[in-house]
Write a protein that binds this ligand. Structure first.
Ligand code: HEM
Length: 185
């Protein structure tokens, strides 16, 4: 999937959200809620693409690993491509849309516990993604590209990446639970 296709995903989400939101605003004459719903659609679609897409990398790599070095290298490169072109952007957009949703709806403030928790979890996810998963993946890429012989180092790094990815998936499960239950409200 190329950059134009990647860019069309958030655009399609915005258009779909606006269609839903303005449909409602025509009926209920509430312009504000139309924008809010559009932002929420962007928040949710980008969360699905960003966090869901990111969750797949190490699982796909584990499967390809059993098919040999070439298959694993191809899957690793494909996942790197998808991250750079689509899922990373979507994950950032999910955070931005969440902040915008808080800003434009009078019910939410940045002093509410559930909003703070959402922030913390989001930054934990980003921290693990950038501070642990990405460096591990870079080292893994080096180890895998070093030669056709699968090194013990590559195996160790693949397992480490898998652990970090699992940790991040748990962070996202917690974030979804916080969003849905809004503790403290
Ligand atoms: C910067 C961090 C974030 C902020 C400020 C934020 C903010 C919000 C806001 C204001 C809503 C609307 C609540 C409502 O109208 O009931 C929402 C909904 C939601 N968010 Fe986030 N969010 C953030 C991160 C995340 C993350 C990391 C996820 C994980 C996937 C997520 C998943 C959801 C879900 C599933 C909903 C729908 C909840 C519902 O409608 O009951 N959010 N978020």
């Amino acid at each position: 999937m190329g950059a134009p296709a990647a860019a069309s995903v958030p655009l399609a989400a915005i258009l779909a959200g606006m269609a839903l939101g303005f449909g409602d605003s025509l009926v209920a004459a509430s312009f504000n809620s139309g924008w809010y719903q559009a932002v929420l659609v962007v928040h949710l679609v980008s969360a699905v693409v960003g966090f869901g897409g990111s969750a797949l990398g190490t699982v796909m790599l584990r499967r390809a690993w059993t098919d040999g070095a070439d298959a694993a290298a191809a899957v690793r490169r494909a996942f790197e491509f998808a991250s750079n072109r689509l899922t990373d952007m979507a994950a950032y957009l999910a955070g931005v849309a969440g902040v915008v949703a808080v800003l434009i709806d009078d019910r939410w403030t940045f002093r509410q516990g559930w909003v703070t928790t959402a922030f913390v979890l989001y930054f934990v996810w980003l921290g693990i993604a950038h501070g642990a998963l990405r460096p591990t993946s870079a080292k893994l890429a080096e180890a895998m590209d070093a030669g056709s012989e699968r090194s013990r180092d590559a195996e160790r790094l693949r397992k480490r990446a898998e652990l970090w990815s699992m940790a991040n998936n748990l962070v996202i499960v917690a974030a979804i639970a916080v969003m849905v239950t809004k503790p403290g409200l």
